[in-house]
Design a protein around this ligand. Structure first.
Ligand code: ADP
Ligand code: MG
Length: 587
């Protein structure tokens, strides 16, 4: 330890030392550098941003824009710390309109790389000026003429060449490049009117042309999102949500296409993610991840973005409001996917269904005899005479023609055909009905003539003790009768004729996984869903045309019936145009 430190005198750090330390906060890898550079270009009003990368950004990052440029006399200030053109005092902090505002990024980046900045505020290229830093010569600045079109280019070479400790933490070129891509995706989604091109090791790897929001999302998420999404648009006095979310049937194994922006800034926020999950709850297959790009506009006074130098975090004045609002916006959009609208919009087209769901189910009661005479007449007329059915637009799912392999219903609609997964559809309908009656606190319970004693594990018997009063609310009357046995005395009326033992076993296998004693309160939907699964039409059960039509009408009426509660699609529409294309008709 040397003398000076022992003395513990307070002294101001030199500019070089200070910049190195603050670089640690802002710049931890190429992707954080790129984020700062692109944000600067966006703040400068660029309409085109060209990004050049070498070796995952470890050797070179170069960002060129056609923004407003930097005045010759300000060039050296751009590299000074705490120097910014974006705010003047702390009042401006309360209503930020730019992405940057700390005046820290270029100072930090230039302290840990071989750095060059070239800029021009004039149309005439010859008036461009560059500034470079010579770190060896005590951070001396070199300012000299350098031709450049209106706009700015920032070049960052050999990141961390002078801070080997930090350089050691860089990952492989591939990993660093993935992180760079992630940054580009976020910023590109938030600024669809700006075109972006990305060159990696001399090859064009991305090219986002300017467009509107959904065009950009389509390019970033991949084309099939376009035909598998729904729009969100919701307004409150102090909050506005818009954006696009994937259909519940269009999910991913990874949560890698989930983007939330607040006032144009990408944020990572557990609370908001949770709200969206809840908005999707019970229409997404367990373990799958929804896809979304949601833009929240909030009165800047109600949200603080000045929480952390570079982490994408925010702090809300009232996070409960934001949570409730987002959840509502998402679930409303999903509930709004009515059968008719979905068909008229040509959705869903190509559905990436999640892996098949293993299910056990019993003979269920079929919804019978509710189809009207006309339904039956129309369908049988078609079967008999081959004359075609009078399908009116008022019945979006059309009229049943017949059942295929005992699994699917084939139906003719005004615009084409519909294929319905009988089991999935029926499960969905049962689920929604049970949920509704549960919510209205009028679940009917049906006593069993002979109560069922069921052997269970000790843990399951304990569980029954804990939650029997909750289960009672769902119409399931069950109590513990021994260390490893329970007795079922009544089941939900809607599930009559179910295999009681199987019902209880399946229910337990579902709820023993939940880590909570408030199972019914928190997992109500899962529990009901598990029960509904028992009441679905068994594959291979023969249905009459009337029963099929009754089911089609039920689907139309049931909320969110486009998906079963495992997130599988319940039906699929194929238009005449698509059939014609399939058979190369009229082409
Ligand atoms: P901040 O963005 O927080 O203001 P930076 O260190 O990122 O701080 O940039 C410092 C200043 O340099 C900015 O305020 C801006 O005036 C100028 N600047 C940086 N990059 C650009 C650019 N691409 N186009 C125009 N001006 C820029
Ligand atoms: Mg900046």
């Amino acid at each position: 330890m040397n003398e000076e430190i022992r003395e513990k005198k307070i002294r101001q750090l030199s500019r070089e030392t200070y910049n190195l330390i603050s670089a640690g906060e802002i710049v931890d890898r190429p992707s954080s550098v790129l984020k700062e550079l692109i944000e600067n270009s966006l703040d400068a009003g660029a309409s085109r941003i060209d990004i050049e990368i070498e070796s995952g950004g470890k050797h070179l990052l170069r960002v060129r824009d056609d923004g407003e440029g930097i005045n010759r006399d300000d060039l050296h200030l751009a590299l000074a710390s705490h120097a910014t053109s974006k705010i003047r005092d702390h009042d401006d902090l309360r209503s930020l309109r730019t992405l940057g505002f700390r005046g820290e990024a270029l100072a930090s980046i230039s302290a840990v790389s071989r750095f060059a900045l070239i800029s021009n505020i004039h149309e005439e290229p010859a008036e461009g000026v560059s500034v470079k830093i010579n770190q060896v010569a005590k951070n001396e600045l070199f300012i000299e003429p350098s031709p450049h079109y209106r706009g700015t280019t920032v070049e960052v070479r050999d990141l961390f060449f002078n801070t080997p400790a930090r350089k050691k933490f860089l990952r492989t070129e591939r990993t660093e490049f993935q992180k760079l891509e992630e940054v580009i995706r976020r910023l590109a989604l938030a600024s669809p009117s700006v075109s972006f091109s990305v060159l990696h090791n001399g090859k064009v790897v991305r090219d986002f042309p300017e467009g509107n929001s959904i065009d950009r999302i389509g390019v970033v998420f991949g084309g099939s999102f376009y035909s598998n999404c729904i729009e969100i648009e919701e307004d409150r006095a102090e909050m506005r949500a818009r954006g696009w979310i994937g259909l519940p049937t269009f999910t991913r194994g990874q949560p890698d296409q989930q983007f939330i922006f607040i006032n144009g800034r990408f944020v990572r926020d557990k609370m908001l993610n949770h709200a969206i999950r809840l908005g999707y709850s019970d229409v997404i297959y367990h373990g799958r991840n929804p896809v979304f790009a949601i833009f929240l506009d909030i009165d800047p006074e109600l949200v603080d973005v000045n929480v952390h130098p570079s982490k994408n975090e925010v702090r809300f004045r009232n996070s409960r409001d934001a949570h409730a609002f987002l959840k509502y916006s998402v679930s409303k959009a999903i509930e709004g996917i009515s059968v008719g609208e979905t068909i008229s919009r040509g959705l869903p087209h190509r559905i990436t269904s999640p892996d098949a769901v293993p299910m056990q189910f019993d003979f269920g009661r079929v919804n019978n005899g509710q189809g009207s005479r006309e339904d039956i007449g129309a369908a049988s007329q078609n079967n008999g005479s081959g004359k075609g059915v009078d399908v009116s637009k008022s019945e979006p799912l059309g009229y049943a023609i017949g059942q295929i392999h005992g699994i699917y219903i084939l139906s003719q609609t005004a615009e084409g055909i519909v294929i319905v997964d009988t089991h999935a559809a029926h499960e969905r309908i049962t689920y929604e009905r049970m949920k509704k009656s549960f919510a209205e606190d009028r679940v009917k319970s049906q006593p069993l003539l002979v109560p069922h004693s069921i052997p269970v594990s000790e843990a399951e018997a304990n569980l029954v003790e804990d939650i029997s009063s909750d289960l009672q609310k769902l119409g399931l009357s069950i109590r513990r009768t021994g260390p490893e046995s329970v007795l079922v005395q009544a089941i939900p009326a809607i599930l009559s004729k179910t295999n009681v033992e199987q019902l209880v076993k399946d229910l337990f296998s579902e709820i023993t996984e939940f880590e909570s004693s408030k199972i019914i309160e928190e997992y109500q939907d899962e529990v009901i869903s598990s029960m509904a699964c028992h009441f679905s039409i068994r594959a291979n059960r023969f249905l009459t045309i009337a029963e099929m039509n009754a089911l089609l009408r039920d689907i139309e009426e049931t909320e969110r019936s486009g998906q079963c509660n495992h997130g599988r699609p319940t039906w699929h529409h194929i238009t005449l145009d698509e059939l014609d294309t399939m058979f190369l008709r009229g082409r």
